[in-house]
Design a protein around this ligand. Sequence first.
Ligand code: HEM
Length: 382
Amino acid sequence: MLVRRLPFLLPGAVALVLGLDAGLQLLDVPAVPVSTRLPDVHGMLLVLGFVGTLVAVERAVALRRRPGHIAPALLGAGGLLVVPPTTARLGQSLLVAGSVALALVHVALWKRRRDDAVVVQALGAVLAAGAALLWLGSVPVPRLLPWLVGFVVLTIAGERLELARIDLARDEPVLLAGVGLALSTPATLLWPAVGQPVFGLVLLGLVGWLATHDVARRTVRSTGLPRFAAACLLAGYAWLTVAAGVLVLAGPVLDGPAYDALVHTVFLGFTMSMVMAHAPVILPAVLRVPLPYRSALYGPAALLQVSLLVRVAGGDARGWEPALRIGGALNVGAVLGLVGVLIWSAVSGRGRRGVSDRDDEPVPATGPPLPPRSTAPLEVVR
Ligand code: HEM
């Protein structure tokens, strides 16, 4: 299984490494000189090339049909092809095709189970397709940023509903906020002065609901993996609240320190915290590799929170350049640290139980097996 699924994840992993290298270049911190074009594609490489591929692989596993793998293949290839100038247009086109394919995977999942959580994720994929299409049409990334924000936020909100569902009646506020966020996204492009604060307000409502209803508030008082995941989730919600506040209060944010703060509270504070929370549970189900929980995971998770605080509070808010650089470099250390701990956990956990032998019946390392018709690859820690 590892051999079958790794090729779909590998381009995403390469996009992550290249994207982090680009981040260091953008901060004028010593970096590996892979390509001078990397800083121009840093954002798209990480959001669609890395996060998009990761999400698409997980959704393909949930679909359990071969065509589901078209989306991660296109997003992975597209992410890498945007780097060389000669293949950039092709790469951009593949990102559009991959995002559309991801939306179609959600349609197929929805046909199987009429679930609001899938609709929310589908809206996210539509925003990803919009972002990729606008980028292909030469719209600058700062102007299309809300489309990328909507993609990750709705994807993760839908996943939370799916994985940590409390009761069905409570799906409605998330669905409503999801539709609101998707509808307000074009307004951020057409009328930024009004659109961005409205988008921020809807985001504030969504994150407020998620943070108050997520089981993480309860499981943070447990132990082991449930506690670790809950701590990351709550930190992620806190960062997303800051991002929504910036959108509401700062008006159109297209450059400068507020832009850096907005971008990285969403993509590092929220998104990477969520990746950290879910990786020890989702990766074993996707790759069929046992990944026993290690308390060492707290190392990169804590480093991410502290370094982002240094970057945003010291660098962006106070304009202290070294804090921006040191915080940014330590952000990279936190993400690489996570990869390191996960690899160590996988290697040292070989031979341990925790995943099923069967492709179609994932068994989580923690928590009960899935209900039979869920589209989620596994039940997340409760
Ligand atoms: C881990 C270390 C990271 C560093 C050091 C870093 C650094 C930077 C810098 C310096 C900028 C330019 C900000 C500005 O123009 O004011 C930037 C932009 C951006 N970053 Fe990051 N970043 C990191 C991680 C990430 C991650 C993980 C994501 C997404 C998952 C991401 C997404 C973006 C996006 C979307 C932009 C906007 C790009 C644009 O306007 O063209 N970054 N980053």
